[in-house]
Design a protein around this ligand. Structure first.
Ligand code: NDP
Length: 449
């Protein structure tokens, strides 16, 4: 294990986020590799930490004033042992190869857990859609797809959305792919309902988070009813996590964006959530405006000098980080424990640092790791692919039923895999072990490719 990690670090010393993901994964699967010498003999680990293919490309585009900009595009096709590559695209100025590799690596095991035949990938660009006009975003998406189209396809690699890539961007990307290929296929998921999209796809990640959290609570004879919850983010994942929590009787106290966070003691109810959706999805405004609209709430601006996030200071029962990676550090984790939080479910990918996760473990917090908890998005993406292939659309209830069943199944699989290695109740170990074994066995079956 140490040799594998050392080789990864030695090969790409600057890729900190990728190292973090690999380290966490290797810690969990030690006992599996010890029990299965064939994985070692066939160098499965050394192969699994190296992407099958990495594509980096120039994205030149023109803004509304005629100035030319050049961004860098990425697609990391990590592993296709159990199905075509699948994973989102992220448009955010922080995007680099390390971040895309960590996300692609996590995606491999997440997709494996869904029970669907999906390999793992991730992509994106260091482009910031914030403050750009629709026309600029369209030109960027078209320029991005003008290169990406030659690497993807409905049976090869099927991208989706992620941070900064929502319904608008998927529309522009799909339009360009269709024009270049002269083919109407399910090459992207998260499409509009009228042109190949699936019902429940926008809701899927957030709903899935709450279904998973409910399973965790259910084992203790509890439900979401009456639970106070802290959410971060105010994008796709946070919005639909909030929606499902409200439907199940929970109370949502906080949401945020990169500029700051709001705390609403009265709770963000359905009406207020509708306001946030309109603010974020239509007007593309800032969460600060919420406190102007609802003056009983409190807004706190992000202070880069602080080494903790004030959002996690509030008293609550549950917390769902739904913004970005490493948003909960060891201090935040301690604040959550001190504030009475007993359940942390990761809506975002890798939102807690390893030190924060250690605090949760030490205090026996119910901790659900991202690759299990937020797998609902890719699950419904997989169901969208199935509907596209058969040219049949399933009703809302059918997609939701399948999503709920799969989240239940992922929850059970994590617990069983952990228990098989004497790690009862360890969802993180269970998710890594179960996700890994399926992919590793497929790699062994398929030989050295
Ligand atoms: P969105 O772009 O819809 O929303 C992201 C939210 O997080 C926004 O409120 C954004 O604020 C905030 N945010 C982004 N980057 C930062 C940052 N560096 N610091 C503070 N806040 C930040 O993205 P999603 O909701 O789709 O994704 C959120 C997380 O969930 C990501 O980790 C993503 O990988 C993960 N995820 C998403 C899935 C999906 O189906 N969409 C599936 C599985 C995981 P601002 O607007 O100011 O940037």
């Amino acid at each position: 294990m140490e040799e594998i990690l050392a080789a990864v670090i030695d090969r790409d010393p600057e890729q900190k986020e990728f190292h973090q993901a690999i380290r966490e994964f290797l810690l969990s699967i030690g006992p599996v590799v010890a029990r299965h010498p064939e994985y070692g003999q066939q160098a499965v680990l050394a192969r699994i930490v190296e992407p099958e293919r990495m594509i980096m490309f120039r994205v030149p585009w023109m803004d509304d004033l005629g100035a030319v900009h050049v961004n860098r595009g990425y697609r990391v096709e990590m592993n296709s042992a159990i199905g075509p590559y699948k994973g989102g695209l992220r448009f955010h100025p922080s995007v680099n190869l390390s971040i895309i590799k960590f996300l692609a690596f996590e995606q491999v095991f997440k997709n494996s857990l869904t029970t669907l035949p999906l390999g793992g990938a991730k992509g994106g660009a260091d482009f910031d859609p914030k403050g750009r006009t629709d026309a600029e975003v369209m030109r960027f998406c078209q320029a991005f797809m003008a290169e990406l189209f030659r690497h993807i396809g409905e049976d090869t690699d099927v991208p989706a959305g992620d941070i900064g890539v929502g319904a608008r961007e998927i529309g522009y990307l799909f339009g360009m792919y269709k024009k270049l290929r002269n083919k109407f296929t399910g090459v992207l998921t998260g499409k509009g309902l009228g042109w190949g999209g699936s019902l429940i796809r926008p809701e899927a990640t957030g709903y899935g988070v709450v279904y998973f959290a409910s399973e965790m609570l259910g084992l203790r004879g509890e439900t979401m009813e009456g639970k106070c919850c802290l959410l971060s983010g105010s994008g796709n994942v946070a919005q639909y996590t909030a929606e499902k929590m409200l439907q199940l009787g929970g109370k949502v106290l906080t949401m945020s964006d990169s500029s700051g966070s709001i705390f609403d003691e009265d709770g963000i109810d359905a009406g207020k959530l509708a306001y946030i959706k309109e603010l974020k999805n239509v007007r593309r405004g800032r969460i600060r405006e919420y406190s102007e609209r609802y003056p009983r709430s409190v807004y706190v601006a992000t202070d880069p000098a602080l080494d903790y996030n004030p959002l996690w200071l509030h008293q609550a029962d549950c917390a769902v980080p739904g913004a970005t990676h490493n948003e909960i550090n060891v201090r935040d984790a301690q604040h959550l424990v001190d504030g009475g939080v007993r359940l942390v479910c990761e809506g975002a990918n890798m939102p807690a640092t390893p030190e924060a996760v250690a605090v949760f473990k030490e205090h026996r917090i119910l901790y659900g790791p991202a690759k299990a908890v937020n797998a609902g998005g890719v699950t419904v993406s997989g169901l969208e692919m199935a509907q596209d292939s058969t040219r049949i659309s399933w009703p809302r209830e059918e997609v939701d039923r399948r999503l709920r069943l799969i989240m239940k199944d992922i929850h059970r699989t994590c617990l069983e895999a952990a228990a098989a290695y004497g790690l009862e109740g360890d969802y993180l170990a269970g998710a890594n072990i179960a996700g890994f074994i399926k992919v590793a066995d497929a790699m062994l079956d398929q030989g050295l490719v």
